[in-house]
Design a protein around this ligand. Structure first.
Ligand SMILES: C[C@H](O)[C@H](O)[C@H]1CNC2=NC(N)=NC(=O)C2=N1
Length: 100
């Protein structure tokens, strides 16, 4: 997958398809709130597996009952690329099973 930096318009268009995600400090970011600490930890493990599958890794933070991801593309000097949005889309899909 290409690691060219996305334009501001590309970023805005893609964000429009990802409710709950935003760009904070140059990283694509989302926080999930779970029903317990253990449920949040289980989501972290599922996200970690997906990140390994994609070979694309966010900064992943486990709180009491929250999971926060912040990701950009190191190979593109910290810019946002399609890889970041692919990860976000995959995480949105898998998180649905943890948050219903
Ligand atoms: C060598 C390894 O494939 C690269 O360092 C991968 C690993 N995970 C990565 N994760 C992120 N967020 N950006 C990268 O550029 C990246 N590159």
């Amino acid at each position: 997958m290409p690691t060219e930096p996305l334009s501001q318009k590309d970023i805005e268009d893609r964000l429009a398809e990802l409710p709950g995600w935003s760009v904070e400090d140059d990283a694509l970011t989302r926080t999930y709130r779970l029903g317990s600490h253990f449920a949040a930890a289980a989501l972290v493990m599922h996200i970690a597996q997906t990140q390994e599958d994609l070979n694309h890794h966010s900064n992943l933070t486990l709180g009491y009952n929250t999971v926060t991801l912040a990701v950009n593309t190191h190979d593109a000097g910290g810019a946002l690329t399609a890889k970041d949005f692919t990860l976000a889309e995959r995480v949105e899909k898998l998180a649905a099973a943890h948050t219903t």
